[in-house]
Design a protein around this ligand. Structure first.
Ligand SMILES: [Zn+2]
Length: 213
């Protein structure tokens, strides 16, 4: 990608990571905090606490605006309390905000030295999209390590033999099983499968078109 496309009008450049780099970041973190993993589930709440971050569950309509966000002080992650009723979604939200902190740590670490143009409201739509896509990728890589996800995807796909299921509905079943196994939201599972080229973009789009918003 042309790096200029990530340059905002005020000069801030967000440098996109490659999938390889994002996998490496996730692998290093998961390996370092291996005691936070039990079976396929990474205790993302415990892991961020090990790193000195504090989750701040909030009431009062935060969910109308966002599921979670990174506070100006990077050590806090405000998160909508209602999301805790659906742990796979809650955990995915935490992983996504944690991914933002990892990806732009220099910005979060010293807010007073943030370069102009790097504030959320100053970003161009293209910059915003690039940052979100990297954060979503890293979220998936943190909760669903590559080799393990690929193996479990294959296992479930091979085990479903119902001839009446079309490809999309078969994938929906597989995604539900993986969502339970890794305790990641269904959208995170689908996105991980798309990023690892286990489903194609048109199937992923079909899924996105069908989820109730
Ligand atoms: Zn985000």
């Amino acid at each position: 990608m042309n790096s200029d496309s990530n340059k905002g009008s005020k000069g801030y450049v967000y440098k996109r990571k490659t999938p390889f780099e994002l996998e490496q970041i996730a692998e290093a973190i998961v390996a370092k905090y291996a005691d936070r993993k039990s079976l396929s589930v990474i205790d993302i709440e415990g892991l961020v606490e090990d790193l000195g971050l504090t989750l701040l569950p909030r009431r009062g309509g935060l969910r109308n605006l966002a599921n979670a966000y990174t506070a100006r002080d990077w050590r806090f992650i405000p998160i909508a309390e209602e999301r805790a009723a659906y742990p796979p979604g809650y955990r995915s939200d935490i992983a996504e905000e944690f991914a933002h902190i990892l990806l732009e740590f220099e910005l979060w670490r010293k807010p007073s030295e943030r370069p102009t143009g790097s504030e959320g409201h100053e970003l161009t739509p293209e910059q915003h999209q690039a940052i979100e896509e990297d954060a979503w990728y890293l979220e998936g890589a943190l909760l669903m390590p590559k080799a393990e996800f690929e193996a479990r995807f294959k296992y479930h796909t091979d085990s479903i033999k119902d001839p009446n299921l079309d490809q999309f509905h078969k994938m929906k079943k597989v995604a539900l099983l993986l969502s339970n196994e890794f305790q990641a939201s269904d959208i995170a599972v689908w996105r991980r499968a798309k990023n690892l080229k286990l489903v194609d973009s048109s199937e992923f789009k079909l899924f996105l078109d069908r989820i109730p918003l």
